[in-house]
Write a protein that binds this ligand. Sequence first.
Ligand SMILES: [Mn+2]
Length: 333
Amino acid sequence: MTQEFIDDMTERFKKGKTLHKKYVYQIVIAVKKLVYDEPTMVEIDIPKDVELTVCGDTHGQYFDLMELFRLNGTPSEKHWYLFNGDFVDRGSWSTEIALLLYANKWLRPKSFFINRGNHETDDMNRAYGFEGECKAKYNERVFKLFSESFSALPLATLIGHKYFVLHGGLFSDDNITLDDIRKLDRHKQRQPGQAGLMMEMLWTDPQTEPGRGPSKRGVGMQFGPDVTKRFCEKNGLEAIIRSHEVRMAGYEEEHDGKCITIFSAPRYCDMTENRGAYINIGPDYKLRFSQFDAVPHPNIKPMVSPPARLASRAVVLTPVQAYANSSLMSSLM
Ligand SMILES: [Mn+2]
């Protein structure tokens, strides 16, 4: 992989062109190997002359990601990026975003990072467009390779022992520590399933009430400010940084500033009038939030299979299928 290749690919995608299949196979296979060998929780420190940008959900909104890079700078050895999951599904350019992120990961594995989100999973990709998009733009093998690579992605990143970054949020059990995440062998299960630590890391949401509550999604659960406070104190953290839910400002600091949501898909699904945001962190480990707005994009509809298809053949819905069928699907990630 070279920067020239990435620049060329970026321009091709802007013009609505695809990449030759042989390059797609090479990129996805190479990145699968790379991320498979990373720990379940990647631990990074920010060197003196480096800035790290943390991005939330991008959901196939390629032209908005281009706007983010235009405003904030493209990835380089001195400008690191961490994408906190949900870069595919819902938008019309999920393969473009996935390939661009992967090409960057291949070129600079130690300065470009990707966490898995609840949409880097087979169930979600079937219902929310990524599988269909892979088949429409490439072929089924491309989807299968992506699916394998998603299963290999790390589930969290720890920044300077201060910020715990993961897609969903905290856990149903107060005894879980960062050491349990370090020890979690994510390669034992390809999909997060309906219960357990991996599922909770990808699916949970914060709530304003103390304690824990049922999830409005039907998958995972919600955790209150006291849960976040205890987790941060116990693990010596400043805050957790998560994504997974749209916020009108693109970001929100909740739970006394200890639970930060970052969301990078402005005008989400062309339906919500939210801004997008990202966080820049330098060697001082202070968080600097930036917001940005959606830009125009070609009028191409997402390749979503109708959720009714799931209902028609499933007598008993799994929680994930129920979520896919719920009327909340347009307002949640
Ligand atoms: Mn999500």
